[in-house]
Design a binder for this molecule. Structure first.
Ligand code: ATP
Length: 232
């Protein structure tokens, strides 16, 4: 169990109208990049919410190793309400995730961490720009930086590339993969983009209406993936 970061056992979620996750059981090793794929409504976000502790499974469990408290999670949600007028500068938006309360007066250690993460995510040049005026790709990198600033052990991305053009999509995933390989951070990424998942991940979890598949990414058959926004 040494190198596991989390394991699920027999997970199921029963909503009023629908049941998702069919006794889902899988184990994720530390340092791996897992892509979760599957058609719309199959339960991908539900699984993330269970892992994040926002939703209690109707059945089954999630276990963290060595325990939940020891696994720091950085989360990039699927939707944000950032309009063109959003005034907070990129660097201040990233710093929101520091837990200390007297922001914006960061400690020296926090300032150093902030600079490091802005550099890692290639945001130094635009750190003083209001977030509302940045491009889609820059916004996604800012959300990523905000999740990373706390030095998480596990990074969870919910369709972070969905709104991006193909070049920005690949750049973002390449960056996440680079961080995964250089820092050892474990990544769980929900995506509809199977070719990109195949390019950048180690493992896949394909959720299906009546079951699931889990395994090394090279075993994911593109033809088995039906649905999502991008039919392949
Ligand atoms: N709180 C809830 N109450 C009732 N039904 C819900 C709730 N949350 C999700 N569902 C339903 O459960 C199913 C799975 O939703 P979920 O958001 O996990 O799917 P998904 O695979 O992430 O879909 P997408 O690819 O469209 O984001 C959907 O049919 C959804 O309508």
């Amino acid at each position: 169990m040494d190198d596991l970061i989390l394991a699920t056992k027999d997970l199921q979620e029963q909503f009023t109208e629908k049941r998702v996750l069919n006794n889902l059981t899988f184990q994720l090793r530390r340092g791996r990049f897992l892509s979760i794929v599957g058609e719309n409504g199959v339960g991908k976000t539900t699984l993330l919410r269970i892992i994040l502790g926002q939703l209690k499974p109707t059945h089954g469990s999630v276990t963290f190793y060595p325990n939940r408290k020891a696994v720091k999670i950085g989360y990039v949600p699927q939707f944000r309400n950032i309009d063109d007028e959003y005034p907070l500068a990129v660097k201040n938006f990233v710093a929101l995730n520091f837990t200390q309360h007297h922001w914006p007066w960061l400690t020296a250690a926090e300032r150093a961490r902030l600079t490091a993460v802005l550099q890692e995510t290639k945001l130094l040049d635009i750190k003083n720009e209001p977030l509302g005026r940045t491009s889609g790709g820059e916004k996604q990198r800012t959300y990523l930086a905000q999740a990373l600033v706390i030095k998480p052990d596990l990074l969870i991305l919910d369709e972070s590339t969905a709104s991006l053009d193909p070049i920005a999509k690949e750049q973002l995933l390449r960056l996440v993969r680079h961080l995964n390989q250089t820092t050892g951070i474990t990544v769980i990424s929900v995506t509809h983009d199977v070719p990109l998942a195949k390019q950048f991940s180690d493992d896949y979890l394909l959720l299906q209406p009546d079951g699931y598949q889990f395994g090394p990414i090279d075993q994911l058959q593109v033809s088995e993936y039906q649905g999502g926004e991008h039919h392949v």
